[in-house]
Design a binder for this molecule. Structure first.
Ligand code: SAH
Length: 347
């Protein structure tokens, strides 16, 4: 939809109240409209039945409601659901619903494509890029919440920002989306059920600590040796491990919240005792745990999951150093919905 009218969901509640005041109406109207937009998920002004026809017309004249649309939905044999979500300008991002016996997790995107260049990630191959607006992030969550109720008879329980994009390169909009997701007028979800996963932008990690955010932090580490990390995540040359370390120490000193390191072990890249020892040292800088992620091969990728032996070595050395390790098994591989596989392939 091409129009000069403003997206009404870009306005804060105060801005909506002010709009009505300027129209000579009661500012309280702003609260009602806000509730329709965020609490009740209204898709059109006509839905807003407790607002007079005249006022709805005023809204029509000034604004649009840009809603995303689930363009295509795929279900995996393991219950994972992947949505291709069409944005108002026709671009597409993907989000994933991951069910387990006790919870339903939404994996959501924060950008169209990604600003970073991780060699092992399919999203990095997408050229086109723009940041998602707060409402576009919020809508992905609402769509997955609906699917969770429909297919699993329960609401969404957790959210991870591990879809397409680097959330800290779109920090303000991600923060606004999380505010809506956690506010009583939005979904009322506890921030402790939300995890932001970043490749590690030191300045922004410090900013999050200063902003006193309440959600959890995960960092895609993959190697605690600069030379190796730079070879697989080239932006590490700009933000080397020493800076990341300093930012994470700052994060912990301010928030007192443990950090999760996401880590894939690849054959011939980071599968030696030297690699684990470097990781153990890195884990000492701030209270943390390690999440070993199964590698999801991407087309033409030069990467291979390390042998079981290497994984066992990682687990045993980490555990003998008192570091908590979890192993994340892949979900939704058959529909390219697993970590690092989101690349709009179905389009
Ligand atoms: N940009 C953010 C969030 C998106 S990636 C970040 O880097 O954290 C989400 C997670 O998937 C990250 O831990 C990332 O390193 C991991 N990942 C990327 N490609 C992968 C692949 N092919 N197999 C397994 N995990 C992958």
């Amino acid at each position: 939809m091409q129009t000069d009218k403003k997206d009404i969901r870009a306005l804060s509640k105060d801005q909506l109240r002010e709009f009505f005041a300027q129209q000579g109406d009661k500012p309280f109207r702003g609260n009602q409209v806000y509730e329709w937009l965020w609490g009740k998920g209204a898709h059109s002004f006509a839905d807003m039945t407790n607002i007079s026809k005249e006022t709805r017309q005023v809204l029509e004249d000034h604004f649009v409601i840009n809603h995303v649309k689930v363009d295509k939905m795929q279900r995996s044999d393991d219950g994972t659901v992947k949505n291709a979500v069409k944005l108002h300008d026709g671009l597409i991002v993907e989000s994933v619903l991951i069910p387990t016996p006790s919870r339903t997790t939404a994996c959501v995107s924060s950008q169209v494509g990604c600003s970073l260049d991780c060699k092992f990630c399919a999203t990095a191959s997408l050229k086109r890029m723009r940041n998602l607006n707060p409402d576009e992030i919020f809508d992905q969550v609402v769509a997955i919440d609906r699917e969770s109720r429909l297919y699993f008879g329960r609401p969404l329980s957790n959210i991870v920002f591990m879809g397409m994009g680097e959330p800290l390169m779109n920090y303000n909009n991600v923060l606004k989306a999380i505010e809506k997701i956690t506010s009583p007028e939005g979904l009322g979800m506890s921030p402790r059920r939300i995890t932001l996963s970043t490749s590690g932008i030191p300045k922004m990690i410090k900013k999050m600590a200063d902003d006193n955010v309440k959600f959890k932090l995960a960092v895609s580490l993959h190697s605690a040796i600069d030379q190796i990390r730079t070879s697989i995540m080239p932006f590490n040359a700009t933000f080397p491990l020493a800076e990341l370390r300093e930012a994470l120490e700052y994060w912990y000193s301010k928030t007192k919240r443990t950090i999760t390191y996401e880590y894939v072990v690849w054959r011939g890249i980071n599968d030696t005792p030297k690699d684990v020892e470097a990781l153990v040292r890195f884990c000492r800088f701030a209270p943390s745990k390690v999440n070993l992620i199964e590698y999801n091969p991407i087309d033409g990728g030069a990467f291979q999951q390390a042998d079981e032996e290497a994984l066992k070595m990682y687990i045993s050395i980490l555990e003998s150093n008192g570091i908590t390790v979890t192993v994340r098994r892949s979900r939704g591989k058959d529909i390219d919905a697993a970590c690092g596989q989101l690349a709009n392939k179905s389009q």
